[in-house]
Design a protein around this ligand. Sequence first.
Ligand SMILES: Cc1cc2nc3c(=O)[nH]c(=O)nc-3n(C[C@H](O)[C@H](O)[C@H](O)COP(=O)(O)O)c2cc1C
Ligand code: SF4
Length: 249
Amino acid sequence: MAPPIAMSTDQIAELIDAYAKAAARVEEAGVHGVEILAGNGYLHSQFLSPVLNQRLDEYGGTFQNRIRFLLETLQAIRTATSSGFALGIRIGDSSDQRILSSEEVNAVAVRVQSEGLIDYLNITHGDYYFHVDRYAGMDQPVGYQLPFSERIGRGITVPKIIIGRYATLDDAEQALRAGDADLVNMVRATIADPMLVVKGREGKASEIRPCIGCNQGCIGGVFAGRMSCTVNPAVGFEATLSEANIAQG
Ligand SMILES: Cc1cc2nc3c(=O)[nH]c(=O)nc-3n(C[C@H](O)[C@H](O)[C@H](O)COP(=O)(O)O)c2cc1C
Ligand code: SF4
């Protein structure tokens, strides 16, 4: 029996069905795949955590029970979409390893991979309980999540994606050459300079405006109700201020 405040099994089934239907709609709309955000403290990672998941039914307790919600979600999406439709998960540990350790997340990743339920693994770190570790500030180095992603990615053979303060294409290239991952996510870097990749391709890397990791405009702005960027005044005003709209003299 689940505790009274827990989601009922009917609600869990309804949610899994909603994920599957949403993925099918995404495919119908012409998109090539979906990703389940099963990390960062969101619902699936709460089910996975032996600390946060207090359920007493088949969705709580043992590892097999805690992973059930994620497995059923991915299975339902596979059934609702075609074989060529990509399915991935974004997953990560908590900065408080008691909540969700790198080793537990690795076990989850290995399990979903062994069941053929993921085409790639997108690795993250930190959650709402340790907010700043998700988007480290300027006190943290490039690749600050690597010690965690290395542990989480052990035994994974599908393509791996990593993240963590990669601000320039050179930073990302270094991680790829070192074999740390197959792809590098760059979130704040592309807020600071949405033309990052274009400039790199055109041999204008020196013109890239790097993210400085201040967190004031982007994440600070989101929580204050209006997103901006300290080094990119066009954020929020792209229609008039983006570089594409500024004539080169
Ligand atoms: C404005 C903003 C919004 C974000 N929103 C989410 C979110 O909704 N869910 C999530 O898992 N991560 C979110 N993130 C975290 C990023 O996906 C990423 O993990 C984090 O910024 C670290 O990567 P970076 O160093 O390349 O920026 C957000 C980050 C920023 C800056
Ligand atoms: S406000 Fe801009 S420069 Fe500062 S962390 Fe966010 S994206 Fe980077």
